[in-house]
Ligand binder design. Structure first.
Ligand code: SF4
Ligand code: SF4
Length: 87
């Protein structure tokens, strides 16, 4: 099992990039608008107007970390999932 972390300070315009979204064979990523104004389209070129999340990260199979290698901003970290110990 793997965990996937995204650094929002490095991934600021995910809607315009989407490289990780397109290469992931397990479709674990989703992009959504951070804020929405009524009757106004959110501009994806404005930094942080959209956000990327690895919402299906429990489906991540590691797959040689291709999402990490295609990311131009080194914003993704894929690492083995270590379950928390119960006290
Ligand atoms: S390591 Fe592979 S399966 Fe996991 S998020 Fe990246 S591309 Fe998807
Ligand atoms: S490839 Fe990197 S910069 Fe592009 S959307 Fe994914 S995490 Fe963001």
């Amino acid at each position: 099992m793997f965990d996937v972390r995204i650094d929002d300070s490095k991934c600021t315009t995910p809607f315009l990039c989407k490289k990780c979204v397109l290469v992931c064979p397990h479709k674990i990523f989703l992009i959504g608008a951070r804020t929405q104004e009524r009757y106004k389209e959110t501009d994806p070129s404005v930094p942080n107007s959209f956000i990327l999340r690895a919402i299906y990260r429990d489906q991540c199979m590691g797959c040689k970390h291709i999402c990490q290698s295609v990311c131009p901003n080194s914003a993704i970290d894929v690492f083995p999932f270590v379950p928390k110990k119960k006290d």
